[in-house]
Write a protein that binds this ligand. Structure first.
Ligand code: AMP
Ligand code: MG
Length: 411
């Protein structure tokens, strides 16, 4: 399936992405869930509106409703009733008459225009209209947001907070969504300790699985955390086999670079079809992708920035595809760089940077400084990537560069 392992040299980022997305078959199983737990879930069927939204013509103002023809010969009308939100006017409003109406209250069929109360003078049952009005002023029309039978969302829509509001406005109590996928997360390395443990000489705290688990939370997947696995063939095999049994996707970090990749690579080749790719991207050159017996596998580099950039740039689109979600298009903005940028041709760079407004009110992008793949603060201080094409060399200050804003998955 993955024919990349033996490819000499580096493969372009776009090619790696395309091969990976081609290999992933989206899940098809779906379930009905209440709207209250549908945030970030993916719709398994399209949604069309069962009603007009709003369902009736209503007033956009607190004021008075009438037939505009009533104001042709006079500017004082007789008040004959009221329409409140949830308690519509039940009578008839004839020419020369008006009713009190509140914002959101149903507009009776006998009225066609609303005047706001600030432009009216009231005297007992008489209302005097001080300003000229136009036909249909201050009316919100039935169906002006969504018309009955109109398709509102397509299959594959990942539901945002606003989308949940739209579905509620349709009166939809539950939605059909694709089942949640389960992702197993593992960190490999003898030097790794969990936060809270004691560090021995040469140890470091393990951060990749923590950041990754938090990112996966934004995708609303089930996460099984396998913790830290020693650099040991038996331990790695046992962990990968168990993870493969329990999850749709297994994501490990560490051990994919040349030096200590041996056990990971050996075990993965025994268990499935895995490609060890050298991707022409920076950070994150080494990356593994393929299939175990039951699951897809992503092997991220160990360096924290490399792990998170490859997870964000490569694994997230792959997980979205597996979730049957519509692909996100990554928008690039053309922005002036405030600082010169170091770059050697040969790899596509995802430099971490801050997009801001300078004193002249122009948008500029500023590098977060040292771009070493172990310097995680270069990423936590950033709000965007500067994306530099593979063949690009150094960039001078004030040149225009491509900027990709961080999305909700890593913020
Ligand atoms: P490796 O890819 O295993 O050779 O690791 C490359 C670098 O990343 C080494 O300095 C490791 O100590 C570090 N590293 C590997 N895994 C993690 C992790 N889960 N959290 C933090 N640093 C890590
Ligand atoms: Mg390691």
């Amino acid at each position: 399936m993955v024919d990349c392992c033996s490819a000499p040299g580096l493969i372009p980022f776009e090619q790696a992405m395309e091969r990976m997305l081609t290999a992933i078959k989206p899940i098809t199983e779906s379930e009905f869930i209440p709207l209250t737990s549908a945030l970030n879930r993916v719709l398994a069927s399209k949604v069309s509106s069962p009603l007009n939204v709003p369902p009736h013509n209503n007033s956009a103002m607190d004021g008075y409703a009438f037939k505009l023809a009533s104001l042709e010969k006079q500017n004082t009308l007789t008040l004959v009733g009221k329409s409140m939100a949830g308690a519509p006017f039940q009578g008839v409003c004839n020419l020369g008459e008006c009713i009190r109406i509140m914002t959101g209250a149903k507009l009776p069929n006998c009225c066609d225009t609303v005047e706001m109360q600030e432009n009216c003078q009231t005297n007992e049952d008489n209302v005097t209209f001080l300003e000229e009005r136009k036909f249909n002023d201050n009316i919100r029309f039935s169906g002006e947001d969504i018309a009955i039978n109109q398709q509102v969302f397509d299959q594959g829509k990942k539901l945002s907070a606003i989308d949940i509001g739209v579905l509620a406005s349709l009166g939809v109590p539950q939605v059909e969504v694709f089942r949640k996928i389960t992702v197993a997360v593992l960190a490999t390395g003898d030097e790794l300790k969990s936060p809270g443990e004691k560090l021995n000489e040469g140890d470091i705290f393990e951060s990749n699985s923590h950041a990754l688990t938090a990112m996966l939370g934004k995708l609303n997947v089930n996460v099984i955390n396998f913790g830290i696995i020693a650099d040991d063939e038996q331990a790695i095999r046992a962990a990968f086999q168990q993870a493969d049994q329990e999850a749709d996707v297994v994501i490990s970090s560490g051990g994919v670079s040349v030096g200590d990749a041996d056990y990971t690579k050996l075990v993965l080749e025994q268990l499935g079809e895995i490609g060890f790719w050298k991707i022409a991207m920076k950070p994150g050159k080494p990356f593994a992708f393929g299939k175990l017996a039951n699951s897809y596998f992503f092997g991220l580099p160990g360096n924290p920035v490399s792990a998170l950039v490859t997870a964000h740039q490569l694994a997230v689109p792959a997980l979205l595809k597996l979730q049957s979600a519509q692909p996100k298009n990554k928008q690039l903005l053309k922005i002036k760089t405030a600082t010169p940028l170091n770059k050697r041709p040969g790899r596509m760079d995802f430099q971490r940077a801050v997009l801001s407004t300078n004193e002249q009110g122009e948008m500029v992008v500023t590098s977060t400084g040292s771009q070493g793949s172990g310097i995680l603060t270069s990423m936590s201080n950033a709000n965007c990537y500067i994306v530099l094409a593979s063949n690009q060399g150094k960039v001078a200050a004030n040149e225009i560069v491509d900027v990709q804003l961080f999305d909700e998955v890593i913020q």
